[in-house]
Design a protein around this ligand. Structure first.
Ligand code: NAD
Length: 251
């Protein structure tokens, strides 16, 4: 059987260690490189002959890593946060310039419960006057709000804009800092608390009623089926794909 050759970037990190173990346990995948800070990425990719690289590093290096992967002809599956429209556009352009055969998957969340929560929230968003997002994480997380919460808020905002729904009502005149980050008109709040892993709540309100959509990731193993799906699918998906929801039939 032809095995997909996989390199892991950020291999010594919390997610990287889990990804290495999951790849080693998968019969159709072969772990060919564990790469972390200080390693020569281009040289290691060349010597390991990786087909796909998985990036769980830090926001400050992930884009540069992806450009190095494209230059090396390696498909990328990226879970690291910190991406914005400009950095995504630069990757799209680079993929086009590289001949259009390579694929990059950027997934703010590889957990099925998170992908479903975001999908349900976007579906529900046009039926409610108000919507806010709360994300809750362990206090060792370096960025806020989480990429998942940003992605969720953007999906909600798009669904509301498409349906012509006005912004959520808000009479706040003082203390704007306490209202969280405004992401395309949707307020996002970030909680950091020892004992938590990764959690998200979407609150949707109408006069006299509320819908709460909540997902909880208790263990990083919950992300591994999504990461392995990304590794298996990305070689047949040229260009940039943003979000695991595009690899799962949610119709
Ligand atoms: P971590 O701090 O435990 O691990 C990051 C690793 O990257 C470290 O081992 C560090 O040494 C390494 N690193 C730093 N610079 C590097 C470089 N230039 N090249 C290679 N490796 C380098 O962090 P973590 O908890 O594993 O999370 C990593 C990222 O993944 C974060 O951005 C986090 O928000 C994100 N994350 C995403 C998902 C998802 O489902 N998409 C899930 C969990 C975490």
């Amino acid at each position: 059987m032809h095995k997909i050759r996989v390199a892991v970037l950020g291999a010594a990190g919390r997610m990287g260690l889990n990804v290495c173990a999951a790849v080693e346990a998968a019969p159709d995948l072969k772990l060919v490189a564990r790469i972390d800070e200080g390693d020569d990425l281009a040289a290691t990719l060349a010597s390991s002959r990786a087909d796909v690289a998985v990036d769980f590093t830090v926001p400050s290096v992930t884009e540069a890593n992806v450009h190095t992967l494209i230059d090396a002809g390696v498909h990328a599956v990226v879970g690291t946060t910190g991406w914005d429209e400009e950095s995504r556009n630069r990757v799209s352009e680079h993929l086009g310039a590289a001949g259009g055969n390579l694929g990059v998957l950027l997934a703010p969340n590889f957990g099925l419960s998170a992908v479903l929560a975001m999908t349900f929230a976007a579906k529900a968003a046009r039926f409610f006057e108000s919507v806010e997002v709360i994300e809750l994480h362990h206090p060792d997380k370096v960025d806020a709000p989480s990429g998942t919460a940003m992605h969720t808020a953007q999906a909600i905002a798009k669904a509301r804009a498409d349906a012509g729904i006005p912004p959520s009502p808000d009479a706040t005149q003082t203390g704007q800092d306490a209202r969280g980050m405004n992401v395309d008109g949707v307020h996002v709040h970030a909680v950091r608390l020892r004992g938590l892993v990764a959690h998200e709540e979407i609150l949707l309100g109408n006069p006299g009623e509320q819908l709460t959509i909540r997902q909880d990731s208790f263990d990083r193993v919950s992300f591994m089926p999504g990461v392995l799906l990304g590794i298996r699918e990305i070689t047949a998906r040229p260009g940039l794909t943003v979000g695991l929801e595009h690899l799962i039939d949610l119709s």
